[in-house]
Design a protein around this ligand. Sequence first.
Ligand code: G1P
Length: 295
Amino acid sequence: MPIDIAVVPVAGHGTRLLPATKSQPKEMLPVGRKPVVQYIVDELSHSGVKRLLFITGPGKTSIENHFDLNPELIALLRETGKEEQLQELAFERQQMEYFYTRQRRQLGLGHAVLCAEPFVGSQPFVVALGDSILGVNTKSNVVERMVAEFERTNADVVIAFEEVPREEVVHYGIALPREPVGDIFELQDVIEKPSVAEAPSNLAVAARYVFSPSIFAALAKTEPGKGGEIQLTDAIRRVLREGGKGIGFKLSHEERRFDIGNFESYYQSFVEFALADPDYGPKLKQFVRGLLDNS
Ligand code: G1P
C-alpha cells in the first residue's frame, strides 16, 4: 500500500516568536499570502499524502478552522461577485482528510510523534514539521521522492538534509553519513544539536522524514535528551544502532528550507516570498531598493 499518512507536529509554544505568537500559533503566521502551515499541507498533498494528522496543543484551534470548509464565507464571496477571492479558498477542497490529536504534555518533538502511534498503527508514515516551508513558490516533491526511496531500499528511516554554515550546526540534528556524500546517502548516525567541534558534518535535518513504525518502539524507550526533551533524533539514532537502515536526502537549492521558528529567518522568509509574488513582487522590489538606497 502506498504511504499516504503524514503527521504534522504543531504543538510547540513558539516562544522565540513572542509577542507575535502569544495568542496565535506560529504555524498560522503569514509568509507572503499564505499561513506557514498551508504551504506544508499543499506540499504534502502534491506528494500524494491523503490523510494528515496534526499533533496540536493549547491555542492551536485556528489551524483547524483554516482547513475547514467555510460555507458562509463562500456564499458571501459568491453573492458579492468576488470570484477571484473565491479561488483563494480552492485549497479547502483539496483531496485531504484532516485529523487532530493533542499532545497533552510538552515533552518534546519525539513525544509529539509518539502521540501519533494510535492513529498510524503499524504502517510507514511521513513526518513534516509544521514550521518549515520547502522552496519558494514551488511545491517541493521531495517527500514523494523520499517515499519512493524508502520503498525501493526497504529503509526504516529516510530524512531530508540541508547543508548549513558550520556555526549553525548547534541548532539542528546533524548527519553522520556512512560514505562520501552524494545527493542520496546512507546514514550511520544523527546527533541532535551538537557543538561545532562535535558535529560530524554540516548536513542538518530539514524537517521532513519518512518512518517505518519501528520508530514508535524506539521513541517509547527514548529518555529525555537535549533540553530535557524526548528527542526524535535520539529515537532515530536508536533505530540505526539496532541495525535499522537510514537514508539521507540532500535538498536541492530550489527546495531549500525556510524555518519559521525565529524572527531572523521569519523576516528573511517573508521578504523572499513577498518579492517572489507574481503580482506585488516587482513593485515591492523597487520599494525595497528605494529604502536601501536611502538608508
Ligand atoms: C527540530 C529537530 C532537529 C531538526 C529541526 C529542523 O528541532 O529536533 O533535529 O534539525 O527541528 O527544523 P527544533 O527546531 O524543534 O529545535
